[in-house]
Design a protein around this ligand. Structure first.
Ligand code: SF4
Length: 287
């Protein structure tokens, strides 16, 4: 069976700036303080990398109760509620704050709106840790809307300030803003969508025009990876989402000439290398 193909890689693959920075904090924590390092939730939305880090002493916990006094807590790129940082300090927990500067910007906007008593609207997924953290900076008073239908149902307001989850799709955010404009007289929108995810999506769409199969590598619990994958599916090109090289089924590539490869923002280089090696082996086997 002929499965010989060419692999075209996206120019935007692997860790984004914020995840790379968070991983540097982890390394710094392991080097400087030894023993165990704690993160509230997984430091990165990639199960295989989380497992690798756990073996090195990085423990994902759900609450501060699981972090011992004097322990080191790395705040992941998504950021957290400010009261949680205060509580950790009260408990004598050392904090390494790896909140992505782009998320910090959203938090700052929201604090400013709240200080001016301007109601805050966050466009995003209310269960996403970044959104929960940002809402905390509004004093817990934020409205969260995830689609235009929800936006069209919010209480009519004279004025509101809007921020957008950094990994949200721009086209969906624009629809939501249009719906909000019908409910809020004076709407102040801060465009907080991250360019890293935008650039990745645009590069994927360009790839889609040039290949006959797309492969997305990333955690199935990563919202930016899932959005990227849905974008691939919507492009009309057959697409597959894999977390590791082992997930690849060689039968996907029967009669495929060019494969486009892209990744979410939390996919480590060692997984990308393993995927490339597996694709190369499949292509060679059938040569
Ligand atoms: S996707 Fe953007 S906002 Fe999120 S961590 Fe990466 S660089 Fe920061």
């Amino acid at each position: 069976m002929n499965r010989k193909f060419e692999i075209i890689t996206s120019p935007h693959m692997g860790y984004c700036f914020g995840v790379m920075r968070a991983m540097r904090f982890i390394e710094q924590g392991l080097d400087s303080f030894g023993g165990a390092i704690y993160t509230l939730g997984d430091v990165i939305h990639n199960p295989l990398e989380v497992e690798r880090l756990r073996a090195r002493g990085v423990h994902s916990v759900q609450t501060l109760d699981e972090v011992p006094e004097g322990g080191t807590l790395v705040l992941r790129a998504h950021g957290v509620r400010p009261d949680l940082i205060d509580e950790a300090r009260r408990r004598g927990i050392r904090i390494l704050d790896a909140t992505c500067p782009f998320v910090e910007l959203s938090q700052r906007y929201v604090r400013r709106f709240a200080e001016e008593s301007v109601p805050v609207i966050i466009i995003g997924d209310r269960e996403h840790p970044e959104v929960r953290g940002i809402a905390g900076h509004a004093g817990g008073e934020a409205f969260v809307v995830k689609d235009a239908r929800e936006a069209a149902r919010i209480t009519p307001l004279d004025r509101a300030g809007v921020v957008i989850q950094t990994t949200f799709s721009r086209s969906e955010a624009e629809e939501i803003i249009a719906a909000l404009a019908g409910r809020v007289r004076d709407l102040e929108v801060r465009d907080t969508i991250c360019q890293a995810t935008e650039a990745r999506r645009e590069a994927m769409l360009a790839l889609a025009r040039d290949v006959d199969c797309l492969l997305v590598v990333g955690g199935k619990n990563s919202s930016n990876t899932i959005r990227l994958y849905h974008g691939c599916v919507d492009s009309g090109v057959p697409a597959h989402l894999v977390e590791s090289a082992e997930d690849i089924d060689s039968d996907w590539f029967t009669a495929v000439r060019r494969i486009g490869l892209t990744t979410g923002t939390s996919t480590p280089a060692w997984i990308i290398e393993a995927v490339l090696a597996r694709l190369d082996a499949i292509s060679r086997e059938s040569a």
